[in-house]
Design a protein around this ligand. Structure first.
Ligand code: PGA
Length: 230
């Protein structure tokens, strides 16, 4: 399986900054990303300009949204439906601990949003913070999700990375695999950066990484991709 290297830009970047990131990415890389799956999860207003720019640059990078509405469509002011996202992105980040913390998203909301994604041909990238959280949900997963083991306490604060405990990550991701359908990719997220990417991406049980702070700087994101190619 090709490893996934997923950027989570969170609430960052103007349209201009986002397009410049892509141009710098193209300049630094050949545009040939065949050995890995790089994905950029960006805020809603960036997705359309990014999708147009990707076509223009002929760049093999996919896009993801960072959220979708739990409703199909209609009178839900301020919401963005999966049906509106599917023309500009392939993936949707769901269940992130920041959404649970800041928007009180529950497991039921997450499951409804996964259904919305799947009904619209979008791939849900679901963040799960612990083995017990996964245990509650795993039976409802279809095998079409990408699962990210992302302990909330491991997420960098203002770009200050926490040390990672690789043994514990390996043990927990192996436990995740035991609960999930065999075809489900299992990624790790939390303080991934160019200094620790190689040891994480070298683990056979880890299918990729979700990168927050270190993805904002294109040079750091490329360094992480290069570690995945070694
Ligand atoms: P971080 O964020 O890489 O800055 O720790 C990861 C995430 O929240 O997805």
């Amino acid at each position: 399986m090709k490893k996934y290297i997923i950027a989570n830009w969170k609430e960052n970047k103007t349209v201009e900054e986002a397009l410049n990131w892509l141009i710098d990415f193209k300049t630094a890389r050949s545009g040939n990303e065949e050995s890995l799956n790089p994905i950029v999860c960006a805020s809603f207003p960036l997705l359309y300009p990014l999708s147009e720019k990707l076509k223009q640059l002929n760049l093999n990078v996919d896009l993801g949204a960072q959220n979708i509405s739990r409703f199909e469509k209609g009178a839900h002011t301020g919401e963005v439906g999966a049906f509106q996202i599917r023309s500009v992105a392939k993936y949707v980040l769901l269940g992130h601990s920041e959404r649970r913390r800041d928007f009180n998203e529950t497991a039921e909301t997450l499951l409804t949003k996964i259904d919305q994604c799947l009904a619209n041909g979008l791939c849900p990238v679901v963040c799960i913070g612990s083995g017990s959280e996964l245990q509650e949900l795993s039976e409802r997963f279809t095998g079409k999700e990408i699962i990210v083991y992302e302990p909330p306490e491991a997420i960098s604060t203002d770009g200050l990375f926490h040390p990672i405990d690789l043994n514990s990550i390996r043990k927990i991701t192996a436990g995740f695999r035991a609960l999930l359908k065999a075809e489900t990719p299992v990624l790790y997220g939390g303080s991934v950066n160019p200094d620790n990417a190689l040891k994480i991406l070298s683990c056979p049980e880890i299918d990729g990484v979700l990168v927050g702070a270190a993805s904002l700087n294109v040079k750091d994101f490329i360094l992480i991709i290069e570690e995945g190619e070694r």
